[in-house]
Write a protein that binds this ligand. Structure first.
Ligand code: NAP
Length: 292
């Protein structure tokens, strides 16, 4: 039976470390704590919940946070103006624009208008490019959180074969870059799979590490993996059920069939998800140290 990677406990430990560091900085005479701002557009329930928990995380570790809300009907130029103000505000170390944005707004334009030094989500092409070149940069929170889990569970990735399923800008593609970068975790030989990949199971059966980030509940089954594989499940899909809540969250991995074969596995929920939030705090601390 695989060791279950506890994302909740690891994220809690990480947040406590961040909190302790902020307390130390303040006792040493820092004039202010780190300050994270978030822009939220519209009334989407999931986006509101995500931003709400990010603000709560800030309180927990002693950061200042600012939430800027806009109606769904906000124009792109109004948003760009707010971003410009945050870019110029010396009291703000980093900020995020909660995605997705309404269809009438060009998401790419918005991401590119964020100053790379304040881009704590690590989505700006400057940070992405620097990450790809193994230069100092903000890394997107989800793949960075997975690297942190691999490190804290002492999972050796050097020389291993890794298959990343899904090539999104925020998860799969940066994940493939980080796993293939020099270091440990890193130094893996990486296959980046997507919907056009043929005979995916040919690769996954050879893989030492499999990262699923496609958003297809129960996609990865026992007959697609080999004995001892490390399985990291990024997927989070709401699946309707007859429970009181009316739904449950499902990962991309068929956990009951894969867990007995794998060496390590992340659950959903409680695996990668909590680490994503924690890594945003870590990136904000980095921005603060650069800015302060
Ligand atoms: P996305 O933008 O929806 O992209 C999905 C990717 O999966 C695409 O690259 C797609 O290929 C690929 N794909 C789809 N079906 C496939 C198949 N049958 N075989 C192989 N590849 C396939 O993905 P995302 O935003 O990265 O999200 C993926 C999942 O992770 C979602 O469930 C999301 O909710 C979750 N997520 C979790 C966290 C967290 O913190 N835990 C963070 C972000 C996302 P093409 O490129 O060819 O279309």
């Amino acid at each position: 039976m695989a060791i279950i990677i506890d994302g909740n406990a690891t994220a809690k430990a990480l947040k406590n470390e961040v909190k302790a560091e902020v307390e130390l900085l303040m006792t040493k005479g820092a004039k202010r704590p780190p300050h994270l701002a978030a822009i939220l557009v519209g009334e989407d329930g999931a986006s509101k919940a995500y931003v709400g928990s990010k603000v709560k995380d800030c309180e927990l570790v002693g950061y200042k946070s600012t939430l800027i809300k806009f109606e769904d009907s906000v124009s792109e130029s109004e948003l760009l103006k707010a971003i410009q103000e945050l870019n110029e505000d010396e009291g703000i170390d980093g900020f995020i624009v909660q995605l997705p944005l309404p269809k009438h707004i060009d998401q790419e334009n918005i991401i590119q208008s964020i100053h790379p030094d304040k881009d704590v989500d690590g989505f700006h092409p400057m940070n992405f490019g620097k990450m790809a070149l193994e230069m100092d940069a903000f890394h997107p929170a989800t793949p960075a959180g997975i690297m942190e889990l691999l490190e804290r569970y002492s999972i050796n990735t050097v020389g291993k074969m890794a298959v990343v399923i899904g090539r999104s800008r925020i998860v799969g593609r940066p994940m493939s870059i980080l796993l293939g970068s020099k270091g440990n975790p890193g130094d893996a030989t990486v296959i980046l799979a997507h919907s056009k990949t043929k005979e995916l199971e040919k690769y996954t059966r050879q893989a030492d590490i499999i990262i699923t980030a496609l958003g297809n509940p129960g996609f990865l089954k026992a007959d697609m993996i080999s004995e001892g594989a490390v399985i990291i499940d990024v997927g989070i899909t709401r699946v309707d059920d007859t429970s009181k809540k009316g739904y449950h969250l499902a990962g991309d991995v068929d956990f009951p069939s894969c867990a007995p074969i794998a060496s390590y596995i992340t659950p959903v929920p409680g695996g990668v998800g909590p680490m994503t939030r924690a890594m945003l705090l870590k990136n904000t601390l980095k921005a603060y140290k650069n800015n302060y």
